[in-house]
Design a binder for this molecule. Structure first.
Ligand SMILES: NC(=O)c1ccc[n+]([C@@H]2O[C@H](COP(=O)([O-])OP(=O)(O)OC[C@H]3O[C@@H](n4cnc5c(N)ncnc54)[C@H](OP(=O)(O)O)[C@@H]3O)[C@@H](O)[C@H]2O)c1
Length: 246
């Protein structure tokens, strides 16, 4: 299976950022693509630009997803829907922050896979691409968000075992910081959000979409398990030492 062998795709979180860029890239490569998110007006603009189909749905709502996706035969599923509520810290987060981030990032990815993977297995053809994050791979400064993205990492590894023998491929694309609406949509401090977007030359949504196309376009016998990509100026890792407060 290369990308030319696939006919259809569905992208969650498609109304902005990485998801919208991925819809553009997949439409460019000739796939009939469904764009899913909650804001129909944004999806309509993307449809006018790319010719994609639109689905206004919430990935947290499993039965709503089942109704919205009924009858669709999707070859490529890209799970990009995500939020980062409570990124300021677990100890200062609200119960609603925790629910929104876990239910969207991890719960929504599980729901979309549950809804679409059985059809892929039955047709012996499919590719699931989950958008993770370096925050799920390295200890960084966002406990709730990092936990959901760490979950995405293990979800892919484990699901690959469950789907072994079906021919359905699973890839994770985990970027560092990307210039998008993500920080403005999620952080409580607008100035801090703007600073995160302008601190250095960040990845673009198109950079990440190109990695999605790369994994989907791999030769039939190849499953690219994971792509990690960062801006040249961003390097995860290191040890932090601070004196105990007395
Ligand atoms: N920006 C970064 O630095 C960065 C880095 C690594 C990974 N990521 C990940 O990349 C993915 C895309 O982020 P982005 O940077 O493109 O941010 P973004 O522009 O804020 O996009 C997030 C998308 O998710 C959708 N969404 C949120 N909740 C949803 C729900 N309950 N149901 C359906 N769709 C929902 C939003 O659309 P609606 O509001 O219209 O529903 C939007 O289209 C996320 O999973 C994020 O965690 C981002």
């Amino acid at each position: 299976m290369t990308i030319a062998d696939y006919a259809t795709a569905l992208v969650t979180g498609a109304s902005s950022g990485i998801g919208a860029a991925t819809v553009r890239a997949l439409c460019d490569r000739g796939l009939e693509t469904w764009a899913l998110a909650r804001r129909p007006e944004r999806l309509a603009e993307l449809s006018a630009e790319t010719g994609c189909h639109t689905l206004a749905a919430d990935v947290r709502d499993g039965s709503g997803l089942d109704a919205a996706l009924e009858g669709l035969k999707i070859d490529v599923l890209v799970n990009s829907a995500g939020v980062g509520r409570g990124m300021e810290g677990l100890l200062t987060a609200s119960p609603e922050d925790i629910a929104a981030t876990t239910e969207t990032n991890l719960g929504g990815t599980l729901q979309a896979i549950r809804a679409l993977a059985p059809g892929m297995v039955a047709r012996r053809r499919g590719h699931i691409v989950n958008i993770g994050s370096i925050m799920g791979l390295y200890p960084m400064s966002a406990v709730i968000y990092g936990a959901t993205k760490g979950g995405i990492h293990m979800l892919g590894s484990t699901l690959r075992l469950e789907l072994q023998g079906s021919g359905v491929r699973i890839s994770e694309v985990s970027p560092g910081r990307v210039h998008s609406e993500f920080f403005a949509a999620n952080l409580k401090d607008p100035a801090g959000a703007e600073a995160l977007n302008t601190a250095f030359k960040l990845l673009t949504p198109e950079d990440v979409a190109a990695s999605v196309v790369f994994v989907v376009d791999a030769p039939a016998h190849v499953n690219v398990s994971m792509v990690e990509l960062c801006a040249v100026e961003q390097i995860p890792g290191g040890v932090q030492i601070a004196p105990l407060e007395t």
